[in-house]
Design a protein around this ligand. Structure first.
Ligand code: SAM
Length: 289
């Protein structure tokens, strides 16, 4: 029976005595073309391994198992584990782990399940925790080829935004440090049970093997990005001087000019490479103090 058939999903859940858990962001896909398309466009090759976050009742997991050699799925909701045992019973290439992805030891998981494999993350992420999950995956340093995820449309637009556009922000500049971001397609709320209040979109992050932007200090780069967007309507100079108390306003002004920017520029005009350039000037200045 199809896991996108509403009647079947309701009967399956009733048989297991479970209901949709809002606190876990449970909106399950009910249009089979969507999970099939996400799985096939995730960027992995058939011999690759997939890490799925939040398999739910296994709707997209089934497609992933059909298309790729190995699937490991991490699900926080203990009540769904017996459901997944039933819906994925036909597949011997899947491992379901009960746990919170935010508390999972990713290097250990990779060592145990993904040794020697190329790995892509493919998931319909819970909205309440999208950005923390993405930053965890990117900052963990585990070797990933792609992160292909369905997320709230507004967040997808932010991740894929170009400098100077209204959607461009700290998350954009940070994520684009690690990966090239491509928005694949939009998915309307009617494709989920229950229907969320917002529309969704699928984005693919292709992680750089060799990052094109190489700051002297990653820590300084992220401090500058955070500070630049901390005070959105201010100039870069005023935002930095509010958020980087260890530099005087004169020093920050000199650094912005030294990095080749107009002192009246706004932070949202700087690309990740521009931020790295500015952070290198500040890093140098700090070391010379
Ligand atoms: N993959 C299914 C689908 O597409 O129909 C379900 C997607 S639903 C939007 C999000 C899933 O993530 C739910 O199954 C939820 O229980 C799970 N989840 C929520 N927070 C999680 C976390 N911190 N770690 C692992 N799974 C989580």
């Amino acid at each position: 029976m199809s896991l996108t058939d509403i009647g079947y999903v309701k009967r399956l859940m009733a048989a297991h005595g479970i209901t949709f858990q809002k606190k876990f962001g449970q909106n399950f896909l009910i249009n089979p073309t969507v999970p099939e398309r996400i799985a096939s466009e995730c960027g992995a090759s058939p011999e690759d391994a997939i890490l799925e976050i939040g398999p739910g009742i296994g709707t997209m997991t089934q497609y992933l198992c059909e298309m790729y050699e190995k699937v490991v799925a991490v699900e926080i909701d203990r009540a769904l584990i017996p459901v997944l045992a039933e819906t994925l019973a036909d597949y011997d290439n899947v491992t379901v782990l009960e746990g919170d992805i935010m508390k999972t030891d990713l290097p250990a998981l990779f060592a145990e399940h993904f040794a020697g494999k190329n790995v892509t993350v493919c998931a319909n992420l819970p909205y309440y925790i999208t950005t923390p999950i993405l930053m965890l995956l990117l900052e963990s340093g585990v070797p990933l080829d792609n992160i292909t995820v369905m997320i709230q449309k507004e967040v997808a637009d932010r991740l894929a935004a170009a400098p100077g556009s209204a959607d461009y922000g700290a998350v954009t500049a940070s994520v684009q440090y690690y990966a090239a971001v491509e928005k694949l397609f939009n998915v309307s709320a009617g494709n989920f049970l229950p229907a969320p209040k917002v529309d969704s979109a699928v984005v693919r992050l292709r992680l750089y093997k060799d990052k094109p932007v190489k700051p002297e200090s990653e820590e300084m780069l992220f401090r500058v990005i955070r500070a630049a967007f901390g005070q959105r309507r201010k100039t870069l100079l005023n935002a930095l001087s509010a958020g980087m108390g260890d530099f005087t306003k004169n020093e920050l002004s000199a650094a912005i000019t030294d990095a080749g920017f107009d002192v009246g520029i706004r932070g949202e005009r700087l690309s990740t490479a521009d931020f790295a350039h500015l952070s290198d000037v500040l890093f140098c200045m700090k070391n010379e103090k």
